[in-house]
Write a new protein. Structure first.
Length: 424
């Protein structure tokens, strides 16, 4: 999530047909052969965060393994400075954003700027295009090559908040134009995410997919005992792992469950995730007697993996997703996914899953169609597709965006290519 709060940009775009000199202040030309201090900044990272927190951790681990020095700066309730598996993590006090379910932001620009000066980064990587966009200007002045990682589409998020399509597009174009001018490069994880920058003529966009831990997530985590806790033998077990906030559209999963029940399909839904919409969703489930279990945030990755592996179908209803890490994790566990056709997930899941319009009936149709495939075939296809997205490929892509040295990879362990829309 990003608070798209810089709406003063809405009228800033008068001609975006030629954005030919974006981000030209970087001091690096060509790949740097030595170790780099890569300072990473992110807002909207809470203890119960999902995809962004995972991506930051795995990329940091990969940077360290490649011989670089990653430093992550995030907001928290107090100051902290510790060494972790993903490198050095510095926490600066940041206020809670009301109504967001625990998100904090770095609001003290002077303190952040002083810290950046002390750290003297060789590269800057920013995972927030709005509240931290000022750091791109800091990087230009300091002649530090900086990249912004686009974790969501601006117009997609605005539409989920109820902004009309035309106004959302104009606001997104204005915001993205400023962003592309501010940073040396913009990293997009899918072609879907890249489109809104291509639309404004940005020429400094690079593509780098995210990944999944193919060792930690695997089909062998499937647990008949755990499945029996949540569903009887004749019931379909649906799982949704997402933040319960407006832009994720979790209510679509309840709509789909209700549609299946009306059709006489015995199904239950387990929701792993928390957020500001949880009370409303729980109330709806009680009032309509829907068989939904709300687990809240599941912090234990092994437990979450076992849940994903034990499900029949994972639901990913977020229409503004630019990648969908939770869905990819489910597929690595052998569980196929039904995803929003409005998101980037059709590009990620390929033929191994199914897509649906953003309505409960359409999701219910997709679930039933997916379950018509033989169990072994659909689980094998899901795992095979996930194997196209190892974190090694993601780390290589992000380091290439930084013009940084890539890690040596054993010739005996080839990585499957990233093939949008296919089984790879």
């Amino acid at each position: 999530m990003s608070a798209l709060n810089d709406m003063s940009d809405v009228n800033a775009v008068s001609d975006v047909s030629d954005v030919s000199d974006l981000g030209g202040a970087g001091r690096a030309a060509g790949t740097c052969s030595g170790p780099l201090r890569i300072v990473r900044l992110a807002n909207f990272v809470a203890p119960a965060s999902g995809g962004l927190r995972t991506a930051l951790r795995e990329l940091g681990k990969g940077y360290r393994a490649a011989g670089h020095e990653p430093v992550l700066i995030v907001p928290g309730d107090r100051f902290g400075d510790r060494t972790t598996e993903q490198g050095r993590v510095i926490t600066l006090p940041g206020p809670l954003l009301p109504g967001t379910g625990g998100y904090r932001v770095l609001t003290d620009k002077r303190r952040v700027a002083r810290l950046l000066e002390e750290l003297a980064p060789d590269r800057l990587e920013v995972s927030d295009r709005t509240t931290l966009r000022w750091t791109g200007k800091w990087a230009r002045r300091a002649r530090v090559p900086a990249v912004m990682v686009s974790h969501e589409t601006a117009d997609g998020v605005l539409r989920t908040w109820g902004v009309p399509e035309g106004a959302a597009r104009r606001a997104a174009d204005a915001l993205n134009l400023r962003t592309a001018h501010t940073y040396a490069r913009v990293v997009c994880t899918t072609e879907f995410a890249e489109r809104e920058f291509v639309r404004i003529g940005a020429r400094n966009v690079v593509r780098a997919p995210l990944g999944v831990d193919l060792v930690e997530r695997h089909p062998a985590l499937r647990d008949a005992g755990l499945r029996a806790v949540h569903a009887r033998g004749d019931e379909i077990l649906l799982v949704m792992c997402t933040r319960l906030s407006v832009e994720k559209r979790p209510g679509t999963a309840l709509d789909a469950l209700e549609a299946l029940l009306r059709r006489g399909v015995r199904a239950v839904l387990v929701v792993a995730g928390d957020g500001p919409l949880r009370p409303r969703l729980e109330l709806r489930a009680r009032e309509r007697a829907l068989p939904v279990t709300f687990l809240g945030h599941v912090s234990d990755r092994g437990s979450l993996g076992a849940l994903q592996a034990s499900a029949d179908v994972c639901l990913a209803p977020g229409p503004a997703e630019t990648f969908g890490l939770a869905a990819l994790e489910a597929m690595a566990c052998g569980t196929p996914v039904v995803a929003s056709a409005s998101s980037a997930l059709p590009e990620v899941i390929g033929a191994a899953g199914a897509t649906a319009a953003d309505r409960g009936e359409a999701f219910a149709d997709a679930v039933q169609n997916l379950l018509e495939r033989p169990l072994a075939a659909r689980r094998e296809a899901a795992r095979a597709r996930a194997e196209c997205f190892g974190w090694g490929t993601a780390v290589d892509g992000f380091l290439a965006a930084h013009d940084a040295t890539l890690p040596a990879r054993p010739a005996t362990a080839p990585v499957r290519p990233f093939v949008p829309g296919g089984l790879g």
